[in-house]
Design a protein around this ligand. Structure first.
Ligand code: ATP
Ligand code: MG
Length: 356
């Protein structure tokens, strides 16, 4: 039997509630499949840890995570701890430390969940957004001169490297190739930004030659928001820079019904290090402790994790159970239902047990 070592980091706000739900579903799957075993280690890192120790995780945190096959992550952020401390103290060091350069964000309208787009049904919107997760606009380069003076200048430098763009492009083409439509849309802003973005277009064309069976097209990011809204059926796999994909995936999440159903994988495609799987939403302190956090994003990212670990059947069974439950109307208030986190989780576990 295949065994996987999983690091669970629930962290802040609703993180512990949705990670507990996710682990319950994973345990039900493990029993139902009988082909793999998950060896879970819990880490109490996050804002509470910060209040006690002055850091979000121990100094050797990254080193300790190296031994795991995957990281199952909740959310970071707390009202009394500055955002740059929470983000740069835990989540980003993991993404950077393990060179998780592909941020993969599947989006579709699940049964029973209504898109704000009139007339759009499940099946009309079924995308995977691939976000470059290691460079680009979030490189951190830049600075400020003449601070506070009338002539003050602030620069924010986007850095694109041939290695960085080629590897994300190759990942996106390969992913598009694995999906039934074999169709990729490459997003840039190469009309207005004439250096890195033009290089991005050129490298897309080069990598495309390695994938003759994949059809692809190019979009400027502004026009892309219109296409996503007015012609969602015309898209499938999408690749964009760190900033552009950050914005487009929020739009995608909203079009699919709620932040509470949007998952993401931070992936090291070369598998040198563990990849990290998490719901897109943050700590959501407004609903923390109320028992109504939507666990669907966490179930979905658990399915991404199983797929990555080499258990595609378990991943399919989990998503099938989730779709059965949302389709039967058992959903949390953020998507218009009246169920609690526990009720949705129990229903998903029941659907896993009853599936054939
Ligand atoms: P952070 O600062 O960590 O991003 P946040 O308080 O901004 O946290 P988000 O998670 O970004 O909260 O989500 C914004 C709002 O969406 C939340 O305040 C919450 O009401 C809602 N929301 C987010 N995730 C969920 C979920 N899983 N279930 C239900 N509602 C959610
Ligand atoms: Mg937020």
């Amino acid at each position: 039997m295949q065994s996987y070592k999983i690091a669970a980091i629930p962290a802040d706000g609703i993180g512990p509630e949705v990670i507990a739900a996710g682990l319950q579903a994973l345990e039900a799957l493990e029993r139902r499949e009988g082909t793999f075993k998950l060896d879970i280690t819990h880490f109490d890192w996050g804002s509470d840890y910060y209040r006690r120790n002055g850091a979000m995780m121990p100094a050797d945190g990254i080193e300790r995570l190296k031994a795991f096959d995957a990281i199952f992550f909740g959310a970071v952020g707390a009202p009394d701890v500055p955002d740059h401390v929470t983000l740069w103290g835990l989540r980003l060091p993991i993404c950077q430390g393990f060179d998780q350069y592909a941020n993969v964000r599947p989006t579709k309208i699940l049964p029973g969940i209504v898109s704000p787009l009139a007339g759009v049904k499940p099946g009309d919107l079924d995308w995977v957004i691939v976000r470059e997760n290691s460079e680009g606009e979030y490189s951190g380069h830049g600075g400020r001169a003449h601070r506070g003076l009338p002539e003050e200048v602030g620069t924010e430098v986007a850095i694109f490297t041939r290695v960085g763009v080629t590897r994300i492009m190759r990942y996106a083409f390969k992913l598009a190739q694995s999906r039934p439509r074999k169709f990729l849309t490459v997003v840039t802003k190469s009309n207005a930004q004439r250096h890195g973005m033009v290089m991005w277009d050129e490298i897309a064309a080069e990598v495309a030659r390695e994938f003759p069976d994949v059809t692809w097209d190019k979009m400027l990011v502004d026009a892309m928001t219109v296409r996503m809204t007015l012609k969602p059926q015309s898209l499938d796999t999408i690749v964009a820079t760190n900033l552009h994909a950050d914005i487009l995936s929020d739009l995608a999440g909203a079009l699919a019904g709620s932040l509470g159903v949007a998952p993401t994988g931070n992936i090291d495609p070369e598998r040198r290090f563990p990849s990290m799987f998490e719901p897109i939403h943050g700590s959501a302190f407004d609903i923390t402790g109320k028992g109504i956090a939507n666990p669907v994003a966490t179930f979905w990212t658990a399915a991404q994790m199983l797929e990555h670990l080499g258990q595609p059947n378990a991943a399919k069974r989990l998503m099938h159970a989730v779709e059965t439950v949302t389709g039967s109307g058992v959903t949390t208030p953020d998507v218009g239902g009246t169920a609690t986190t526990r009720q949705v989780t129990d229903a998903v576990c029941e659907a896993i047990r009853g599936s054939n």
